[in-house]
Every structure is written in C-alpha cells, then in structure tokens.
Design a protein around this ligand. Structure first.
Ligand code: ADP
Ligand code: MG
Length: 744
C-alpha cells in the first residue's frame, strides 16, 4: 500500500478521482468509480445510502483480503440515521472523526457483539483509523453520506475531502436526475401506448402490462379484476414477465387493505414464498384501480431489484392502471356488443329464411351455412333422431378445414357417450373440448382432428327431431356466448320445423276434406240412381208377371210343336234373366242401414255359401275355415249373409274350369273391440289392375250375363257397418277379397 497522502498530493489525488466520476451513468457506476480511484491512492472509502429511517452501508473499496471472518464487516447492514444526522447538523462540509476505533467498537457492540474483538485489526487493515465523513444531498434531501479514511488523516485535509464530496455529490445528483428523466420518459411512453391501444375484440393485455412494467421499473405485472361470485380478485390472463408457476400461485389476490396501494417484501409473503424466491422476485407493489371510490381492479407489480417501490412509483402505476382498466373495459364492452350484433344478425337471417321455407331440408342447409360463417366454426351438422339413434343429416364444412366429414358416419346411440346424445337427453345445449369430451365424441374428435364441439337439441312438439352439432379445429374454445347462440338457433329451428309440420298437417286435412266431399257427391248420385232404379224395377216387375203367366199357358199349347217350344224356352230364360236383374237392382237400390245385434257368424257364413252353391251349381269346392272360439260380433246378420253370398258367387264364377274357394272367418282387434274378418279366396282368372279400379262401381261387369251390381252391394253393406274391404291378387292367379266389419 502506498504511503499516506497529505496536502497538495491529497488534493491532486482527490481531484483526479473526482474527474473520473464524470462518465458514470448510474449510482453504482459513480460509487464504484470513486471507490476504485481512491483505493489506488491507499484511501478507504464507503458510501452510506439512506433507506427511510435507516442508512444502508455500501462499501466501495474495502480490499477483499480485509474481511471480518470472511465477511465484509458492514455488508447488508442497516443502521440508524443518527451518525449521518450528526454530521449533517455540523454543516455540509466533511467532519473528521479521529477515534474511529472507539466509534466502531460502540457500533459493533450494538449490532454485532460477536465481532467486537476483531474490530482493531479490521480498522488497521482497511485504513479506517481516521476518517472524514460527509453528507450527500439529492434534490435537496439528505440522500446519504460517505466516509473517506486514511491512517493519519489530519484536520488540514478536511477541505480537500469536502471538495471531493462536492464533486461526488454533483455526480450523484446528475445520474439520479438522468435516471428520473429516463423513468419519466418511459412512463409517458407507456401512457401513450396504453391510451392508443386499438380496440378490436380482444386487447393484448400482456402488451399493456409490459408497458406498465417498463414504466414502473418492474420485472413482472399482472392485472386482477373483481370476481363477484368468489368475492375476490382474479388474475386476468395473460400476466407479463412471470412463469406459469408464479401465475398459478398468485391467481387470486386478497388486498391487505381494501383500497390502499402498498409494498410487500419477499419476507412479508404469507404463502408462495419458495416459488417467488425461485423466480428471483424481491419486492411487490399493489395498486388499486378505483371506480367510484372503490377498488374495481388491482394492478400487481414485482421486481427483482434490491430497492422497493417508492410512493411515486406506485402513483405512476395507479395512473397507468386506470388506463389499462379503461382499455380492458372498453375491449370487453366491444366484444360483448359485437357478439350481440353477430347473434342478432344470425337469428334475423334464420328467421328470414324460415318465413319462406316450406321444407325442413333447405332451411337447415341455410342454418348450417349461417353457423359456419357467423359463429364461426369449421363444420356444422344436423343429426337426425331415428328412434334411439342419431344419424348424420345435412352438413356444412368450411373449405379446407381438415378432413371432410364422412356422410355415412355410423349411427350414434342416444346416450351419454356423445355430446349430441347428452344435449338431447338433457334438453340443453352442451359444449366440450377434446380433453373433457364424452368417450365416443372424443374418439370422433380425435379421428377428425377437432378440438372443440358444441351440440344443441331440436325438439318439435314432444318429439326429438335431432340436434345441431358444430366443431372447431383450432385452439379457440367456444365461449358461453357461442353456446347461447347455438341454443337460440336450435330453439328457433325447432319452432320453424314445428310450423312447417303444422302447415303440412293443414294441407293434408284439406285434401282429406276434398275427398270426403267427393264421396258425399258420389253418395248423392247413387241415392238418386237408386231411387230411379227402384221405380224402374217396380214398373218392370208387373209386366214380367204377366209374361211369366202367359208363358206357362203358351208352353202347354205348343207342347206338340218342338220349334215353338224351343223359342218359348228362350223367351222364358230371358224373362228369368230380366227378373234377376230387377232383383239385383232392387237389392242395390234399397237403403242400407245395419241393424246390429250380437250374432254367431259361423251359421250365417255357412248359409251364404250354401245359397251361392245352389245359385251357380258349378263344379267347384268350397272350404270354410272358421277360427276357434270366435266371439259374437255385433253386426247385421242379414247384410253379412248377402255380402258373403255375393263374394262367393263371384269367386265361383271366376273359376269356370273348377277349383277351390276358401272362406276364412276370424276375429281381429280393432279400436279395442273385436272386428269380424272374412276372407274369400279363389283360384280363378284373377283381376287385371285396369279392371280392379272399377269393380265396385254399379253396373260394371266383365261378364256376358252380369249385372255389375254384386260388388256394389257388398261395398254398400261394408260402408253401412263402417268396415273396410280390400282386394288382393294372388301370385299364381286368383283373387282374395277381405272384409273387416267392426262390432258396433
Ligand atoms: P258381376 O258379377 O255381375 O259382373 P260384380 O259387381 O259382382 O258384378 O263384379 C264386377 C266385376 O268384378 C266382375 O264382372 C268381374 O270382372 C270382377 N270380379 C268380381 N269378383 C271377381 C273374382 N273373384 N275374380 C275375378 N274377377 C272378379
Ligand atoms: Mg257378381
């Protein structure tokens, strides 16, 4: 170590070191330049920095070999201000402290009694035997001070030290002012950046927080908004400058004071200390963002530096926080409004297409396109409900959005294994992601590369009509607002489909009314025809009676003349035929009203078959099959006999070459009571489709001697019973007539 400096030499040395301070840009830069310079001249140097009511000791040039038990003697120690205040009171110049050893021992007794014995050695080695102490002021306030030591520092050296102190103070004031200006510039930049943040759907919260962090000299920043349901403040993601660990630990925030900003040191934290320590943060600031005098949100700041937040820094944070809050709020309103507009547009479009739609197909095509374009989503589909299964109906897919949907997707059951099934079972819109999807949906999502899915039920009346299904391939999750929109669409679609079905029903009932009207007209025509026929028949019957009487006399007279007898035979046959026609006509024309009573049907059918046989005397077999334990049917026995007779006669006539007629009688449950079912089967010539259309019309016949009234009468009898008649052509020729007559 060089010999002690005095007088001019000291002055020169101090002036040289003073000059070296000028290029420094930071407080540390100034202190280190001073310390390094002074050490070269064998002078000891330490800076004391004021920290509230304490001073922190900052050693600038204690040589590394001069340590107390390996540690710098004052490192990390804060002591009361008293010493510096004493110097300050003495004036602004340096104050010589001659007996440093005594002072220092007093100091150690108080703060580190275990090291008191080592103090003399340290004092000597560090050249602290005698020191000059001087205060430093920044912005007119006591900032701290410094000590400059030398083994034989004299009173005469004090002015030189004072001069050096002035230079040091000027350098400090300069760097601190520079820092303040720089800080101010950053603040203004941040305010500007935040105030001009553009409002488009979502704002970049992270970017805003970054600005706040820069402006407040923080390494991390987070924004908390009030969550009314949990009654606490919750972090708005994303935060700036923190790891997910830290974010997870501090996702929720409960302010120590309800409306005041504050500062916390790492050691004040009641939880999450390890996480924070590992992340390197030391100080935290929290600032309320007030609306109507109450904190509506909080700004959280964290820094890794050793110095905590000052009031001024917190005030800056509060100012910026208000801007961030406003920007977040504006963005939220904007998003809400645009969502609402989107929703109304979609519903309006749907309603407009619904007004003109008469069929569900085009309506759903339109709806699916609207969903793909406006929701938006990558694919939208209508799933049709079929019994207990769902089938893919129409679908729309955004061009180029992944694998095309397979139109022949397997049916999915109507249960909890798919999100569509759930939507239908629980009658509400559902959404899921690939991570929480029900099993079967998850497999489909994996197959199609879909990440998000929503489904909403379509219920028409009481019936499950189907479900709407929409999917997204991207990471963008469906929001609750999206879910509500889909639900509105499905509700609207349900109403539209219901309207269409009502419209259809109406159309159908119109057409059945039309049919009924035509039937009435036909009935009236038949009634008029019947009346005419009855009069005609009556008029024909009288002359016929005369003809028959005369024929009997004539046959007797002409018995000897074979030629006359032949001719009279022909006349007789034709008169018979005429008589039969008149009989049929009268049968057909009389009013048919069923006089019902409980009857046993078997004897009635047997009697009809017998009569038919007698009337035709043909070479056919008639088999009657009657079901066992038939109930009594409440029908008109006479009319039933007549109907069966006519059908069996026709069946026999249809088999000129012989064959079998089978008459089957059974009971059939109809509207809660037993109806009589009579089938007449033949193996005859059959009926061509052309003929079939006309067979029930009166006077329609294909037979040379037919009257065309048999089936017309059967039809009237069936109608009188409110029953049904149908014709079936058998494959190998032959015909089956089936008559069903309800009881009562
Ligand atoms: P008709 O027996 O006097 O001809 P119907 O009203 O009884 O009058 O029958 C009308 C027509 O229906 C018949 O002419 C015949 O063409 C057809 N038809 C009725 N029953 C049968 C049958 N079992 N097989 C084939 N054709 C039949
Ligand atoms: Mg007939």
């Amino acid at each position: 170590m060089s010999s002690p400096l005095h007088g001019d030499a000291l002055l020169k040395a101090l002036a040289e070191v003073g000059l070296a301070l000028q290029p420094a840009q930071t407080v540390d830069g100034v202190v280190n330049a001073a310390g390094d310079g002074l050490r070269r001249f064998g002078l000891s140097f330490a800076v004391l920095e004021r920290d509230g009511e304490l001073t922190r000791i900052r050693h600038a040039n204690i040589p590394p070999e001069v340590r107390l038990r390996g540690a710098s003697p004052f490192e990390g120690m804060s002591v009361p201000m008293s010493q510096l205040e004493r110097v300050a009171q003495a004036g602004r110049g340096a104050l010589l402290i001659g007996d440093v050893r005594q002072e220092t021992e007093k100091f150690y007794e108080r703060y580190q009694p275990g090291l008191v014995g080592e103090v003399p050695k340290f004092i000597d080695q560090a050249s602290f035997q005698r020191v000059a102490m001087q205060t430093l002021f920044v912005d007119g306030e006591l900032w701290g001070g410094f000590t400059l030591g030398s083994p034989d520092l004299a009173e005469a050296d004090v002015p030189a030290v004072t001069l050096f102190g002035v230079q040091l103070n000027a350098a400090l004031q300069r760097v601190i002012t520079l820092q303040q200006l720089e800080q101010r510039r950053r603040e203004l930049e941040a305010v500007n950046a935040i105030a001009t943040t553009r409002l488009e759907g979502s704002i970049d919260a992270r970017k805003l927080l970054e600005q706040v962090a820069i402006a407040t000299g923080s390494d991390a920043a987070a924004f908390y908004t009030y969550d009314a349901t949990a009654n606490e403040y919750v972090m708005v993601e994303p935060a700036f400058g923190t790891s997910t660990d830290v974010q997870a630990t501090f996702r929720r925030f409960t302010p120590p004071d309800d409306s005041e900003a504050g500062v916390l040191h790492l050691t004040d934290l009641s939880y999450g200390r390890e996480v924070i320590e590992a992340a390197g943060f030391t100080w935290f600031g929290y600032v309320p963002l007030k609306a109507e005098g109450r904190a509506s949100a909080w700004l959280g700041l964290a820094r890794k530096r050793l110095t905590g937040y000052t009031k001024a820094e917190l005030a800056t944070a509060a100012l910026l926080g208000v801007q961030v809050n406003a920007a977040v709020e504006r963005a939220r309103l904007y998003a809400q409004l645009s969502q609402r507009v989107r929703q109304l547009t979609l519903l309006f479009e749907l309603a407009r297409s619904g007004v003109s739609a008469r069929e569900a197909g085009p309506l759903f095509d339109r709806l699916l396109s609207l969903l793909v374009d406006n929701l938006p989503c990558d694919a939208a589909a209508l799933m049709h409900a079929h019994g207990t299964e769902l089938l893919l109906g129409s679908f729309r897919q955004r061009a180029g959005s992944g694998q095309p949907l397979n139109p022949s997707l397997p049916k999915t059951p109507f249960d909890d294994s798919t999100v569509t099934g759930q939507a239908l079972r629980y009658q509400k819109a559902m959404k899921c992601t690939i991570d929480d999807a029900p099993e079967r949906s998850r497999r489909q999502m994996l197959a199609y590369g879909t990440r998000h899915m929503m489904a909403a039920p379509i219920v028409v009346g009481e019936r499950h009509y189907g479900a709407l299904l929409v999917t997204r391939l991207t990471d963008l999750a469906f929001t609750n607002a999206d879910l509500e929109l889909l639900e509105s669409c499905s509700a609207q679609a349900s109403v539209l489909v219901e309207h269409m079905q009502l419209f259809d029903d109406l159309r159908q009932s119109y057409s059945s009314l039309e049919k009924a009207q035509a039937e009435v007209v036909r009935h009236e025509r038949l009634a008029a025809l019947g009346e005419l026929a009855a009069v005609m028949a009556h008029e024909v019957r009288n002359p016929l009676g005369v003809i028959f009487n005369s024929l009997t006399s004539l046959k007797r007279r002409a018995a000897a003349d074979p030629e006359s007898a032949l001719l009279l035979g022909i006349v007789g046959e034709e008169a018979d035929r005429l008589n039969r026609i008149v009989g049929d006509l009268l049968d057909f024309a009389r009013p048919y009203e069923a006089e019902r009573s409980p009857i046993e049907i078997e004897p009635i059918v047997a009697s009809a078959v017998e009569a038919a046989f007698a009337a035709t005397n043909a070479q056919v077999k008639v088999v009657t099959q009657v079901a066992r334990e038939l109930p009594r049917f409440v029908v008109d026995g006479h009319l039933v006999r007549q109907a069966v007779l006519n059908l069996v006669v026709n069946a026999i006539q249809a088999m000129p070459k012989g064959g079998t007629v089978t008459v089957k009688v059974s009971a059939q449950q109809k509207n809660g009571s037993a109806a009589a079912r009579i089938e007449v089967e033949d193996e005859g010539v059959g009926i061509s489709p052309q003929t079939e259309k006309h067979i029930f019309q009166p006077f329609f016949t294909t037979k040379a001697t037919g009257t065309g009234l048999g089936l017309a009468v059967v039809k009237r009898i069936v109608d009188a019973h409110h029953g049904e008649i149908s014709v079936r052509r058998a494959r190998g020729g032959g015909t089956t007539f089936t008559v069903t007559l309800p009881s009562g």
